[in-house]
Design a protein around this ligand. Sequence first.
Ligand code: GAL
Length: 392
Amino acid sequence: MRKITAFILISLLLINTLGGCGKQSGVNTVKKSDEEELVINDTHSDDGRNIIGISMPSQSLERWNRDGQFLKENFEKAGFEVLLSYGNDLIDEQIDGIEYMLESGADLLIITPIDASSLENVIKKAASSKVPIISYDRLILRSPYIDYYVSFDNYLVGKLQGEYIVNALDLANSDRSYNIEMVSGDPADNNARFFYDGAYDVLSPFIESGKLIVPSGQSDFFRTSTSSWSKELAKERFENILNSYYASGKTLDAVCCANDSTALGTAEAIEMDYTGENTVILTGQDADEANLINIKKGKQTMTVFKQLSNESIVTLDLAIAMLKGDNPGEDLIERANWPFECKFDTTSYDNEKETISAYLLTPTVITKDNMYEELVGKGYYEEDAAGNLIAK
Ligand code: GAL
């Protein structure tokens, strides 16, 4: 394996990485110049450690800060050199970061794409240098060079959101109809479609039978989608929906919201523009700290929690096997004996070039009733002085 003489990080990482969740990486770096985004630290010895390049999409959402942190810590503990960069929600910035990793001699890349279909060329470059690729959490599309995919069962995430709504409204036993709206994720993120399909497959029989009504008429994936998972865009769209379809006093019973950033925007719109007295059932995903506060206050009803440190452990064990030259499958799960559920899937994730073998973890529903037990009790979050849950 190649050796490394320079330790390269993207300056954004250094400036912002930790801002998102307030944690420190302890990496010492020198900023080269204000114009240049590169920061070079020459302090690492030429010790022959394998280099892992980790490219995360942005720091604007809480979770990617946590993912970056967990991956970095786990790989460093296992003796790897880590180059971590954040794409700042900008495709070119993500590509630049990956190119720097390749130039620095990365031995394996872990990438969460901002736009699933925009990394084709840089991935080709990696493949021509025989650098293997793990698509992390989100699948990279249209490239024949993706070795593995590690994620949660994304269809199940949506299914849990849909089932939550069906049970909360007791649709199977009730003879009245309810009003629902959909807020979907970013169409550039392959997961967004899985979340939508998982939820919609549960909800659509009730929509067809008339037990669920979508007063805005906006129910398909694209009409309900939210670019960049933006809280502000979700809020804007939902204000329009409330002012156009609910202003005359129509009751809004539930919103099937794909993740927590869009749920925050939707909750704000409901707070400002909804005139009904009822508590609107509102779903989410990621167990972001602000959303857990909203769940406690009753402004959001549930979120789907994905244990990110487990996702990074699967990624680490997979990377170690790949770097040893193995071609792991189901056997990795048997050998690793992780204390959490994970399944090997070779059929669900077609990236438009081939079907990618995936390791999929299992998400958990979090509500007001189980949040302390599941998040604090299991050691993933701690309670601060104000009683809010802070991710560890
Ligand atoms: C998805 C990811 C979710 C959520 C969403 C918004 O790809 O699987 O957990 O974070 O992006 O960033």
